[in-house]
Design a protein around this ligand. Structure first.
Ligand code: KG4
Ligand code: ZN
Length: 382
């Protein structure tokens, strides 16, 4: 018992490196997954994920062609306590065993983020526990430390349905954005392209499956912004190029054959993979100049599941002679273990929030670079 009390009372706000164990309950509700998890840090041992529960909402939004924020917020409010209970049961813990509560407090769909923040505040105030607001993007960005104990600094490519950023991760709260999308996120482009071809959602896996039987050379899709020397990306024009190619075939032949669809998917996927690989190459080169050696390359987000994209990134990391880390998919996509872990790292630096913690729709990780344009269907890209 004493250990927990010791942590709370004596190291509570000092930021001193703790020797004992720290068990954090994490909550995530910024998009369309309600998640809770328990993560333990114990001295210098690797971080332990004691439980990680995720309740998805795909079926609730299926009829609407995208996420409906009000439906998402209501579902989070209904599911959060059940999810927390489940995470505690799976970890074989009670709230008595928890040392701190971490919660995504932005960026994301504001109603969902508010649901999570209110739930976390309720637990924290009822149990007298420290409360830590976590940036959702920091949760993703720190995941390679949770899964592979990667040391700072490293380069993270975050690619999902709502995010696309190249981040130099230098510390728990020290990020340099090397580049990002100026419009759609890659997952969003995959989803929209799948819709244009009549393929099921989520579009990424459908397009990848079709592409397996396609000829990536048949259509010459653009590689947007490669003519610019920076690390920024654009994917909305690619989806428009796919639409034009589709309409051209339909105009010529009256419809799409299975092979046409496969070739369109393969061409689209190759273009996305080329852009991500080339911009990552440039970011690694820039980071190598800043740090005097190229850092490790890591990837996270649902799009990281794509084999062609992964292969492109592996090739880039091999060119620089650096390791490539891709966490298991369940920890690449939205989850609360990453929030609990990021919360634990923040806790160790002495960071605490109080009952004034508010939900933030936008929250750039890199406070010095100018904000990115656009806000994807899955929330703020920041
Ligand atoms: O990280 P995630 O689960 O959710 C958020 O966006 O926050 O990512 C989901 C996105 C979807 O847009 C989905 O189409 C894409 O990741 N995705 C893929 C693949 N699997 C999922 N994109 C390309 N190839 C895949 N195999
Ligand atoms: Zn996410």
């Amino acid at each position: 018992m004493p250990l927990r009390c010791y942590l709370r009372r004596d190291l509570g706000a000092t930021g001193i490196e703790m020797a004992g164990s720290l068990t954090v309950l994490g909550l995530e509700s910024s998009c369309d997954d309600t998640a809770a998890a328990c993560v333990r840090l114990d001295g210098s041992a690797p971080a332990q994920i004691l439980s990680s529960c995720v309740f998805g909402q795909t079926s609730l939004h299926a009829d609407f062609g995208g996420i409906v924020p009000e439906i998402a917020a209501r579902a989070h409010a209904e599911k959060l306590d059940i999810c927390v209970k489940q995470a505690l049961i799976e970890a074989d813990l009670t709230l008595d065993d928890i040392d701190a509560v971490a919660v995504t407090s932005g960026p994301g769909l504001i109603g969902g983020v508010m649901s999570g923040v209110m739930c976390a505040k309720g637990i924290a105030v009822a149990r007298g526990l420290p409360l830590i607001g976590v940036n959702h993007l920091a949760g993703h960005a720190l995941t390679p430390r949770l899964t592979d104990a990667v040391a700072y600094p490293y380069l993270m490519l975050l690619v999902s349905g709502g995010h696309c950023q190249l981040l130099l991760v230098r510390g728990v709260d020290h990020f340099t954005r090397m580049g990002g999308t100026i419009d759609d996120a890659p997952g969003e482009a995959f989803d929209k392209s799948a819709r244009l071809l009549g393929l099921p959602q989520p579009g990424g896996p459908s397009v990848e499956k079709e592409a397996a039987g396609g000829d990536a050379e048949r259509f010459s899709f653009p590689r947007p912004l490669l003519d610019r020397p920076d690390c920024d990306m654009s994917f909305s024009g690619l989806k428009t190029a796919l639409l034009r190619a589709r309409d051209q075939i339909v105009g010529d032949k009256g419809g799409l054959t299975r092979q046409d669809r496969a070739d369109l998917c393969a061409g689209f996927q190759a273009a996305v993979a080329d852009v991500l690989a080339e911009k990552t190459r440039r970011a690694l080169a820039a980071a190598a100049t800043m740090l005097s050696a190229a850092p490790l390359l890591a990837v996270a987000g649902g799009v990281a599941a794509n084999r062609t994209i992964r292969t492109g990134l592996e090739t880039v990391s091999a060119e620089f002679g650096v390791d490539f880390v891709a966490p298991p998919l369940a920890l690449c996509t939205d989850n609360a273990a990453m929030i609990a872990y990021a919360g634990a790292e923040l806790f160790k630096t002495g960071h605490r929030d109080d009952m004034t913690l508010s939900a933030r729709p936008r929250w750039p990780l890199d406070r010095t670079s100018p904000s990115m344009l656009g806000s994807g269907k899955k929330g703020a890209k920041a």
